[in-house]
Design a protein around this ligand. Sequence first.
Ligand SMILES: C[S@@+](CC[C@H](N)C(=O)[O-])C[C@H]1O[C@@H](n2cnc3c(N)ncnc32)[C@H](O)[C@@H]1O
Length: 511
Amino acid sequence: MGMQQESSHPFEYLSAFAPGLDAAINCHLGLVNVDKLAPEYDTMPSWHRAVDPGVGAITPYQNCSTIAKEFIPAGGELFKHYGDQWFTGRQDIFGLMPLLEDYPRAEQFAIDFNSIAGNTSMDFRRDLYKIVTDFPFESRVTNALPNDVLQVPTIVEEGIRAVYQPLATRKVEDLEANGRCLDYLAPRPSTLPQAGRGAFATQFLAEGTIVAGSPFLVMANGDYFDMFEANWYDKTYPPDISRKTRSQLGLNYCWTHADASLFLCPYGANVNYINHNPEPNIRVQWARAQSMRHNEQWLHQSPTEMLVSSSPGLFLDFIALRDIEEGEEVFIDYGPKWELAWQAHVEYWTTSNYSHSYQSARVYSKANANKPFRSQSEQEVDPYPSYYEFRCLDVAWYYPKQHQNVWMLWNRTRTFGFNCRILEHRTSPEGTFYYKVELQAPQHKDVWGEQWDPSKARAETWYTRDSWFPQHQVVLVDLAYSTDIFLSDAFRHPIAIPDSIFPDAWRGFVA
Ligand SMILES: C[S@@+](CC[C@H](N)C(=O)[O-])C[C@H]1O[C@@H](n2cnc3c(N)ncnc32)[C@H](O)[C@@H]1O
């Protein structure tokens, strides 16, 4: 998430795989208790593409915090809001699952029921309640009600969450005995040169400790990571899938093995920060059968079933090979092929000739915050580099209601505005910059997946705005696909699944 700015496709979000705690959190719309904050954009501040081989090889999307919105009892499962559509779009699987607003409605129903029937006999109350919950026409609200009328007083006194919370709470002793600690590791700048961030022990970890664990996204092959040349925005040409131009950054965070085309992408807390060292202090091993929902059977059969499964079933444990001190960086061995590829890359990078004068739009804007942006006419004399563009945040003005993709456009523009040009600037007595701008309204009528049609190319329609835009609504951004992570020669290499744990049943699998 948070990467919209990096893509120029008019309708599609660019989805970033943001590993960490949040990726493992389920959704229960009656018990939503956490929220995630947008990630921070944080490149390694001292790195520059003209010099540093690590540039573009690690994610700049960092610190995507998960925060508690409600009281969470010890042992309580964390739940976030996936959005109602996640359930309505899967009605064939979930049926009439209660949505976010159905729980308060059910709660109100229980309160009303109690005030009407609370003083009647238990038998009568039970029958009356059964009529409601077993009503032939199922509804999401009735599905949010507990089956047992004896729960109604709990709802009245403590709210409907109190009915569901016990079902979503495990005993702390049970978690301590069978769970995995999520905070034995934490990210910090790595001790290795050019490696970016690494994972560090937050406390002393004795030899044999399971320091982290991770489920995986499983892919049949690495095609998913391929990128092709295309011009989504102007639609002047479609992607040419015969010409792969580069690999997505996600490749560096995923695991594979020479004997199969499979790719496994871990998303357990902090495991994606573990760097490579040929002399590691951590090893990996599959979780014990049935523990952590690890499906041992999958290790003994062709990956076909695993690939079609809708729920994750692989779980890998990361185990201390020796005592690890608090504050020590932890490492796994990515394999000799990775090591050779990295060495070759470092050598190659000395020959790359990226300009020393390159500055990302973010770096430029920060360094020049005391000056207004240049207007169009000023830019004729003193242009900005071609890899910058202006975005103006102006949601209220243009809202093409007739458009079938309104919500997508709205979401997209809300986050990072419309293309815009600066016509004039002025400075208020308080020193705030104001801009007279021209905005380019989105004109797209087509949708993702439709037949390619160059005649639907983006219309160059510019609108002048009368009001002056304050500086926080005018942003200089990097042109999509121009930041370090899109450099076609940025380092890309997957991590090797150690041969010692790679199941024989998967060898030879190619898809
Ligand atoms: C799974 S990520 C590890 C976390 C990463 N360092 C970060 O900051 O997000 C793998 C990437 O980290 C970097 N890396 C890992 N080990 C390294 C090492 N020993 N030397 C240099 N770079 C390393 C490489 O860019 C590699 O592709």
